[in-house]
Design a protein around this ligand. Structure first.
Ligand code: AMP
Length: 280
């Protein structure tokens, strides 16, 4: 596996590979890799000639400095895992390399998909995501890029980014990888004790309860039940939303959407967890 730190070197190398007719697939990550990230890399490896995985903890998408400071980092282990997975190229830039003119966000029209949920709870988050992904796309010139449904709203934001900027990149969504008991894999889980991981299963239980009871209850009634479930849990429910899966607008009635999804954000101590599930 080749490891690049300089944007210019990687762009030059990938342009040469592209000119030889090879297809490039790209998987952006913030490192502290787990089986969710590796599943994305495998998906990419199965569909493209060259898989590029980036590891970059992007400061402009953190609205909370404590979260940024405590974000787990283990680049040596990440590189080892990527090598073992058969990934051909890792891109591990510094902040200066990604933001030579200072870590600022660009204004990119995201057509409102950035307004709901995470956009509301984490002001500036999606502007930071869109800015860094645009720059990463310019450096890695992929024909396909892979994003997890774990960050479902982010996946829609990236689809909109590609549309707004008219980029010739196909955005592929990958299903959520979970622990055996149902906890969505996340780098932030490293900050949870075994007991806290167990407590966090209330998220998955709530999502499943909603899926199993959608024929009996309205979206409002399902959400009310989930607020009750969290009252007896150690987690603090930040939001539960049932939204149209395309526009992300909150659903009043089931008939208002062709596809609906339920979303939860909750705090376990200081660790913020998000998860979601397709209802129909
Ligand atoms: P992150 O390093 O958290 O920014 O995640 C990098 C990519 O991996 C994003 O597209 C995430 O949605 C995706 N990802 C993270 N966790 C999971 C998971 N449990 N299942 C599937 N994809 C995931």
């Amino acid at each position: 596996m080749q490891v690049f730190q300089r944007a210019q070197d990687l762009l030059l190398h990938l342009t040469e590979q592209k000119n030889k007719g090879l297809s490039i697939g790209f998987v952006p990550t913030m490192g502290a890799l787990h089986d969710g990230h590796l599943a994305l890399a495998k998906h990419c490896l199965s569909e493209t000639d060259l898989t590029v995985v980036s590891i970059f903890v992007n400061p402009t998408q953190f609205n909370n400095t404590d979260d940024l400071d405590k974000y787990p980092r283990d680049t040596d282990q990440d590189i080892q895992l990527l090598k073992e997975s058969g990934v051909q190229i890792a891109f591990v830039p510094s902040v200066k390399e990604m933001y030579p003119n200072g870590a600022k966000t660009e204004v990119i029209d995201l057509n409102g998909v950035d307004n709901e949920m995470e956009g509301r709870q984490r002001p500036g988050h999606f502007a930071g995501v869109a800015t860094v992904v645009k720059r990463l796309f310019e450096i890695t010139v992929p024909s396909r890029a892979y994003f997890g449904q774990k960050d479902y709203q982010q996946l829609l934001v990236i689809k909109q980014l590609v549309k707004t900027l008219k980029l010739p990149i196909e955005i592929i969504g990958h299903p959520i990888e979970r622990s055996e008991k149902g906890l969505a894999l996340s780098s932030r889980n490293e900050r949870l004790t075994a007991a806290q991981k167990e407590e966090s299963l209330v998220i998955w239980q709530s999502l499943k309860w909603a899926k199993d009871h959608q024929d009996t209850y309205s979206p409002e009634a399902l959400k009310a039940h989930i607020y009750k479930l969290f009252e007896t849990s150690t987690l603090e429910l930040e939001y539960v939303e049932i939204n149209d899966a395309e526009s992300l607008k909150p659903l009043q009635k089931w008939e208002d959407a062709t596809h609906a999804r339920i979303f939860i954000a909750a705090l376990n101590g200081k660790v913020r967890l998000i998860d979601n599930l397709s209802l129909f």
